[in-house]
Design a protein around this ligand. Structure first.
Ligand code: SF4
Length: 449
């Protein structure tokens, strides 16, 4: 969106108090995300009375899912833009500025948005970034960039609203992804992080069960781009983790030896209710195979799902504890309208789900520390991303500079960081050789060699 606006000649500011138009890009797939999006919209709306803002635009998944409710209940919003309509953003803004409209009042006195641009997502809806000339403004800090390789999902997990928001699975063409990746690397990005709702389905046509995922090929080709970026894949569905993928992750220079495979649960009955793949034996076989390849393993679990009784949770807890994931995230179940799980019986109370979440994450904290300790004394390449926020006092004492970065075993924004002490200056966005000197629960400390 920012790239399109910049190309259309609109100056961009990150300071909401000085913006004439405010755009809130929303998330809407679980309760907490919806709450945060609505609060952000309400905060932004204050700038219409206290600042120079004339137009408030709500975009993204919350709008796609709840356009009618937002029209009725949030008259502060002037424009609603669903997930398929981003390419029209600049044109819509031009129209609003030309008309100087700021909301429309219907004959019965109700104020409604000037524009509602929300269309259903179909199998033919292109993935937003696919146009080769679509510009991008990278907003996240650091030397990495997310590259969306596909959009939508065909998996229909019983708790998940994403397929109804983002539509059926559509892959970009491999050349399109490589083209965008090459441009990101030319811009100075050192690590490409491939994302989609189901990364392992990349390149597979809908309904073609004989088709093979092209993710391994994409990873191999991206790692050979000029500039030799690090390349990482997130959100691999366990059912499509093949030997080819494991071998590519483990044995391709530049491809991060890291498997992010959200499992959600391990109890057979809970998995069946979730409409998810696997049972404890098949999951363990997959994980042991991946570990045999030497990969760092990350997973995500969902607790408090309908039917998860104490015994089912215990099975999950024991499994996670005995396997010892390098990285693990967990969420509490959020019942979402329109999903099969919304009406399922036997949902544990929220307080029980919160306790289970807490217990699981406390256990993982110890596991994570133990796994980090095994790296003490070792050496690793670290992508230097920034000077640590609390560096100043160290520099004053002549202790060198404290940087933050990540090795190929830490994914950005999900995992911990490596704090690197160095008396010689290190290049931000460059790779430094680092000896690990101390393990923390999630982060590591080291010194440049
Ligand atoms: S694979 Fe992920 S995005 Fe797709 S339905 Fe399941 S949880 Fe949702």
């Amino acid at each position: 969106m920012l790239g399109l606006l910049r190309r259309a000649g609109h100056p961009i500011t990150a300071d909401p108090a000085s913006a004439e138009i405010l755009i809130v890009n929303t998330c809407g797939f679980i309760g907490k995300a919806k709450e945060e999006a609505v609060n952000t919209l309400l905060d932004a709306a204050r700038y219409k009375t206290d600042g120079v803002c004339r137009t408030l635009i709500a975009a993204g998944c919350l709008v796609q899912r709840y356009a009618d409710a937002l029209r009725e209940e949030m008259p502060e919003i002037d424009v609603l833009i669903g997930v398929t309509e981003y390419p029209r953003l600049a044109e819509i803004i031009d129209g609003i500025r030309a008309s100087r409209l700021n909301g429309v009042v219907t004959p019965d006195g109700v104020r409604v948005p000037v524009v509602t641009a929300v269309s259903p997502v179909t199998v033919n809806t292109p993935v937003f970034e696919c146009a080769p000339d679509t510009p991008r403004v990278i907003t996240q800090a650091g030397a990495f960039a997310y590259v969306r390789i596909a959009d939508g999902c065909d998996n229909r997990c019983a708790y998940c609203a994403i397929p109804s928001i983002r539509g059926p699975y559509r892959s970009r063409l491999i050349e399109s992804v490589l083209d965008e990746s090459a441009r990101r690397v030319e811009d100075g990005v050192r690590e490409l992080v491939f994302i989609s709702q189901d990364t392992t389905r990349f390149g597979m046509k809908p309904g073609d069960s004989a088709a093979r995922s092209r993710l391994p090929l994409l990873l191999r080709r991206a790692a050979r781009l000029p500039g030799e970026p690090w390349v990482r894949a997130m959100y691999c569905h366990p059912v499509r983790v093949t030997d080819d993928l494991l071998d590519t992750l483990a044995n391709t220079p530049g491809v991060c030896p890291y498997l992010d495979v959200p499992l959600q649960h391990v109890d057979c009955d809970v998995l069946r209710r979730m409409n998810r793949w696997g049972d404890p034996d098949s999951i363990l076989r997959l994980l042991e195979k991946a570990r045999g390849y030497g990969l760092t393993l990350r997973t995500t679990f969902l607790v408090g799902f309908p039917g998860e009784d104490d015994a089912a949770f215990r099975r999950l807890y024991d499994f996670a504890e005995s396997f010892g994931f390098d990285r693990m995230g967990a969420f509490a179940f959020s019942p979402e309208e329109g999903t099969p799980a919304f009406d399922m019986p036997d949902t544990p109370p929220e307080s029980v789900a919160a306790e289970r979440l807490d217990a699981l994450m406390r256990m993982q904290r110890s596991v994570s520390l133990a796994r980090n300790k095994s790296r003490e004394g070792g050496e690793t390449d670290v992508l230097i991303e920034r000077i640590a926020p609390h560096n100043a006092s160290r520099a004053d004492k002549g202790l060198g500079v404290l940087y933050e970065g990540r090795s190929q075993w830490e994914a950005p924004e999900s995992d911990g960081v490596i704090k690197v002490r160095s008396v010689k200056p290190l290049v931000l966005g460059g790779i430094a050789r680092v000896r690990i000197t101390r393990a923390r629960h999630y982060d590591l400390e080291g010194e440049s060699i």
